[in-house]
Design a protein around this ligand. Structure first.
Ligand code: NAD
Length: 484
């Protein structure tokens, strides 16, 4: 085993767990690289107690002082970029370039957190002569962040800098499939000067998450993962009076019109469907071809052929994921869809036990097929054909999800029409992965998100704080009014 058994990080200390452990495998070669503790409520109790002890002192600091930690953290992320990326590569199986991009996004979110003093100034107004009302954003106390396997560095950082800079103490529960990055991030935050107990890492799986949803000492929880689990977590947390934001899965549609720029569309769609092995909640999953776009489909296949597992493409997370993805492809083929590019059975020489699936493009998929409706979460693109833009939009709107949608066209009017009518939270115009950059917020619609607001950017300020309103009078001569 390359890494020793992982520990939880509680109150600034590495705390060895005593209960059960789960094996952690590298998707690149199937090798056992570490073991992750499956913490229960006893470990969570310790973490919440450590957070409760630390949070009053942290929350009492002016925000300008709190963000100094994140200026230093940003520099540490930059200095350790390659090392952090190598951990992601090993535990998640993505390519080095993709892992570096993930760390760069973590840096961007941290830059946003450094700007929070500029964005949280509060409001004040004289509401009656000599009487003022002011509102201030106050932290919630102890909060939790539960994260998925696909971005072990970036998704924890969607929440760590903003939630903590705003004055909260966090319990981070990373994915048990990719748990290594979280401990390294906690070490860097400690090096950046974050007081002990403000970030606690509690490893585990279902039971740990359930304990978080039930814990009376935790006031808010963000969750990022599949829709099935997002719904369970959202319902359980709100039933326990917690403020909840749960981001779920996706089924993103790209609408391609005949006037789309041929080469740009082909490269963008190929990159969107196969980047991170299709394991992005923003990945293209369905391409709706409007009218005659055979020239673009041909170029798209040529572009996708250049993406090769083990060369410029990584692995999927597990054998179970590989089997699931290949099962969807086989079922679509059985139902009469035409496989233009087949990534099943991909192997990488020297890493025969890795979990590889090559880019797969399937034409003549119909709306009733499972592959057209369900989240595949692999490098697979289904192509559906329609005659009109409105038919394409009907298909997009019929999806239960609503994370991203994109249109490829050179017509501004048609692009605007799609942006207006698509039922998704993040829209791309000639962009295959329309992730909003800071200060804009990240979050989908429909079954891709449960709760109010988004997880990053300006919207996250609302989620991680509560407003305190104070009404003030100093002098007896202040005028009273009907409210007095
Ligand atoms: P997952 O739902 O299986 O796991 C997410 C988290 O929930 C993990 O920490 C896991 O330990 C925990 N968990 C798993 N099963 C649970 C259960 N039954 N009860 C309570 N907790 C449980 O998701 P994943 O496979 O790690 O990640 C992939 C999914 O995440 C995809 O569906 C993808 O679209 C989604 N995702 C969404 C976004 C977004 O922003 N909307 C971003 C990244 C990933």
């Amino acid at each position: 085993m390359k890494y020793p058994d992982l520990t939880n990080i509680i109150g600034g200390r590495k705390v060895s767990a005593e209960g059960q452990f789960l094996d952690v495998f590298s998707p690149l070669n199937g090798e056992l690289i570490s073991r992750v503790p499956l913490s229960g409520s006893a470990e969570l109790d310790q973490a919440v107690a450590a957070a409760q002890k630390a949070v009053p002192g942290w929350a009492a600091l002016p925000i300008k002082e709190r963000v100094q930690v994140f200026y230093r953290y940003k520099t540490l992320l930059e200095n350790h970029k390659d090392e952090l990326a190598s951990i992601v590569v090993e535990e998640n199986g993505k390519t080095t370039g993709e892992a570096v991009a993930e760390v760069l996004k973590s840096i961007e979110v941290t830059e946003f957190a450094c700007a929070l003093p500029q964005l949280t100034t509060g409001e004040i107004e004289e509401v009656s002569r000599g009487v003022e009302c002011r509102s201030d954003r106050k932290p919630l106390g102890v909060i939790a962040s539960i994260t998925p396997f696909n971005f072990p560095n970036m998704v924890p950082n969607w929440t760590i800098p903003n939630a903590i800079a705003l004055g909260n103490a966090m319990i981070l529960k990373p994915s048990e499939q990719t748990p290594l990055s979280a401990n390294r991030l906690a070490e860097l935050l400690s090096e950046a000067g974050l007081p002990d107990g403000i970030l606690n890492v509690v490893h585990g799986a279902k039971e740990t998450v359930e304990a978080i949803c039930d814990h009376p000492g935790i006031s808010a929880v963000s969750f990022v993962g599949s829709t099935k689990v997002a719904k369970i977590v959202y319902a359980r947390g709100t039933a326990n009076q917690k403020q909840m934001l749960a981001l779920g899965g996706a089924k993103n549609h790209l609408i391609v019109l005949p006037d789309a720029h041929e080469q740009m569309t082909a490269s963008d769609v190929a990159a969107s469907m196969s980047g991170c092995c299709g394991q992005r909640c923003m990945a293209a999953s369905v391409m709706v071809a409007v009218g005659q776009v055979d020239n673009i489909i041909e170029k798209l296949c040529n572009e996708a052929r250049k993406i090769v597992p083990g060369k410029n493409m990584g692995a999927v997370i597990s054998r179970a994921a590989k089997d699931r993805i290949e099962g969807y492809i086989t079922e679509a083929e059985r139902q009469g869809a035409k496989i233009l590019l087949d990534g099943r059975g991909a192997t990488v020489s020297g890493n025969e036990n890795g979990f590889y699936v090559g880019p797969t493009i399937i034409d003549h998929v119909t709306s009733d097929m499972a592959i057209a409706r369900e989240e595949v979460f692999g490098p697979v693109l289904s192509i559906l054909h329609v005659d009109t833009l409105d038919e394409a939009l009907e298909i997009e709107k019929a999806s239960e999800y609503g994370n991203a949608a994109a249109v490829f066209t050179q017509s501004g009017g048609l692009a605007r029409y799609v942006a207006e009518h698509a039922s998704a939270g993040m829209i791309g115009v000639n962009i295959g992965v329309p992730v909003p950059r800071e200060p804009f917020s990240f979050g989908g619609w429909n079954q891709s998100k449960f709760g109010v607001g988004d997880i990053t950017g300006k919207s996250s300020i609302e989620f991680w704080t509560q407003l305190k309103k104070t009404t003030i009078k100093w002098n007896p001569e202040a005028r009273t009014n009907w409210m007095s």
